[in-house]
Design a protein around this ligand. Sequence first.
Ligand code: SAM
Length: 255
Amino acid sequence: MNHRARKRFGQNFLVDGNVIDRIVASIAPRPGERIVEIGPGREAITGPLIDAGADLAVVEIDRDLAASLRQRRPKLEVVCEDALSVDFSALSSGRRWRLVGNLPYNISTPLLFHVLGQHEPPADMHFMLQKEVVDRMTAAPGGGDYGRLSLACQNLAVVTPLFQVGPEAFDPRPKVDSAVVRLEPRANPLVPAAHQAAFDRLVLKAFSMRRKTLRNSLKGLVDDDGFQAAGVDPGARPETISLDAFARLAANGLL
Ligand code: SAM
């Protein structure tokens, strides 16, 4: 296919057959299943998904790529739009659906929250992302990767890192390592909707000063009684505090 990779659309096309096979095996598509793919590009994952009999729709921002897909695959549902503004619930038309994509790195985090915030979130998602982003999404308390992204993702979904992919699997090669991750949205987020705003404020404040103790960084939001009621040590640093403990702090009400 005669298409020059466009940097502004994060176009690094997968060319390693083994990696493509591993991604498709992780997705394990079943015939007739509704799957939406973001950024089909040159069909690296698209082709095998169609071959597996999936009921596929693709969202591609690049008009040239979308046009050649339509030409080669007249039966494929091709939406030529920015995935950040697509109403995915409409695309799934009320059916169970799954989402996959080798995502452009520049839009990965906003896209994640756009999708997780949909009225009818997908049953699961498989994404290739920058490895560093996957490390932050899946981090447990206690290390430097743990922070707002870990808490926000793990509140909404079960997040499982699958495998790492080196730059040589792509053309052109990206400057960073990549990784494939699975997200399974929870039926109910761990933080109840009524406490979500308080939780967001706490996490934002705590991690904007991650070297400080919670007593210092949350001054004005939580007092000693609040820490005691939540069973959280005010002398601890935010990166040691579990999602559950942040949820308890939020549930105890802010000052
Ligand atoms: N799936 C292909 C593969 O694995 O080789 C292409 C992956 S490439 C990293 C990202 C793809 O997403 C490109 O086809 C690009 O044009 C498309 N893309 C970039 N930004 C997009 C957006 N905002 N909405 C939809 N597609 C986008």
